[in-house]
Ligand binder design. Structure first.
Ligand code: NAD
Length: 423
């Protein structure tokens, strides 16, 4: 029997991605056939595979890998471990990766992967088994010249090490360039772990300058999510002297209008695994934190966090999207009406894929760069991309999200035009 009670669902990630695409293409004079072609993912894989649990029982897991587009080069994108992963979500994230890589001018297409699993419920051995089996299931569709995975929510450098080892043992020799975001001692790049968070702050500084904020110590930030992106964004912002008044993780948020001591927040997180019990701050729910007073809000947790329900109450004047797809289309409209400046995900969090690209280049050449070089090139590419987006926003009289999509879609469409449709 269908339960009569109907909960109002927020729009899905893929419908957000398609809605953004439809809006952006209205500003472009490109061939209708190309517009239609780019609406579709090129390939979608679903794999169901067994993992032996610690109690000896076999459990089946489902994983996905979607290649949205490969016109500009091999596809690139992270792998997410989460109980909520769906094919629809992975499809959206793959499409955003296509635009992100094109926007920052990397020779990549877009992909994304995910396994439906709550990593916290598995032991380290079980996670390793799951990763190795998922990697081996993907072998027909990944290679350093075809599709190059990386970490995302719920995965990390260790996950990538197991992934790389599984691929390497299968082909019979070491292939560091099969994944990025690896540990440095097996071909990872300096600066990769910090890259996304640092890039978010570089973009934030550009936005702040244009909006007349000149004193970091008087500029307050709230960061939602304290994982790879959020914690490194917090660390870099703290190093630059910004006042971080709020941070959160999946269990809730903390807020202190005078500014949080980020080193002690990090130490507390490292010690206890959550923000619970942290002193010197008011404890709030995630929903409450998003609408607390601040100059800049950085959603760095997951998609669909800024919705039509909370967008009217957000106090920040600038939003810099560390997460992928944190703002629904409806929220976007509300934020625009309210004059809130949004630096979109495909620009703001592109630091990760930029340094992933450096890692891949270093692996292919077996020649490694120092950290100064990496951070210098990261800043150069991000600022160039930020400026191109701002120019497009002015030229088309649109917001930064539309502008970023316009620049990216235009570049991919031109490449399709040049290559032509096969056969
Ligand atoms: P992570 O797993 O390291 O951290 C996620 C953080 O968000 C954790 O602190 C978790 O507790 C918190 N969180 C999860 N669900 C939440 C919720 N409902 N409310 C509040 N907090 C919640 O993941 P990450 O790698 O930092 O990725 C975060 C986001 O950034 C994702 O959208 C991801 O796709 C995007 N992203 C990551 C990278 C990267 O290099 N890691 C690059 C680009 C974009």
């Amino acid at each position: 029997m269908v339960v009569a009670l109907k909960i109002e669902h927020e729009e899905s990630a893929y419908s957000t991605a398609i809605a953004q695409y439809n809006r952006a293409t209205q500003h472009l004079t490109i061939d209708e056939n190309i517009i239609e072609y780019l609406r579709y993912p090129r390939r979608e894989f679903t794999v169901n595979f067994p993992v032996r649990r610690d109690d000896g029982k076999i459990e089946m897991f489902t994983g996905y890998r979607v290649h949205h587009n490969t016109v500009l080069g091999p596809s690139k994108g992270g792998i997410r471990y989460s109980a909520n992963v769906t094919l629809d979500e992975v499809r959206a994230l793959a499409m955003w990766m296509t635009w992100k890589c094109a926007l920052v001018n990397l020779p990549y297409g877009g992909a994304k992967g995910g396994v439906v699993v709550e990593p916290k419920d598995l032991s380290l051995r079980e996670i390793e088994q799951l990763t190795r089996r998922y990697a081996s299931e993907l072998i027909p569709v990944i290679s350093p010249h075809m599709d190059i995975p990386a970490p995302d929510m719920g995965t990390n450098a260790q996950t990538m090490a197991w992934f790389m080892d599984t691929y390497s043992m299968t082909v019979g020799y070491s292939v560091p360039a099969i994944v990025t975001g690896k540990p440095i001692n097996i071909g990872g790049s300096k600066g990769r772990t910090e890259a996304t968070g640092r890039g978010v702050i570089i973009c934030m500084e550009e936005a702040l300058r244009a909006h007349g904020y000149n004193d970091a110590s008087k500029t307050s930030l709230i960061i939602q999510g304290f994982g790879n992106v959020g914690s490194h964004a917090a660390a870099y912002a703290d190093e630059l002297g910004f006042k971080i008044v709020g941070v959160s993780d999946i269990y809730g948020g903390i807020y202190n209008e005078k500014g949080l001591d980020i080193d002690s927040v990090r130490a507390h997180m490292a010690e206890t695994g959550s923000l619970e019990g942290y002193k010197d701050a008011v404890h709030l729910t995630n929903d409450e934190l998003l609408i607390m007073p601040c100059d800049v809000l950085i959603p760095a947790a997951m998609e669909g966090q800024l919705t039509k329900h909370n967008a009217p109450d957000i106090k920040a004047r600038i939003i810099v999207e560390g997460a992928n797809g944190p703002t629904t289309t409806e929220a976007d409209d509300i934020l625009e009406d309210r004059g809130i400046f949004v630096v979109p995900d495909i620009l703001a969090n592109a630091g990760g894929v930029i340094v992933s690209y450096f890692e891949w280049v270093q692996d292919l050449q077996a020649f490694f760069w120092d950290e100064d070089e990496i951070f210098h090139q990261l800043r150069r590419i991000l600022i160039r991309s930020y400026d191109a987006t701002l120019r497009a926003a002015e030229d088309h009289d649109v917001n930064m999200r539309m502008a970023a999509q316009i620049v990216a879609i235009q570049r991919v469409a031109e490449a399709v035009q040049t290559r032509g449709f096969y056969p």
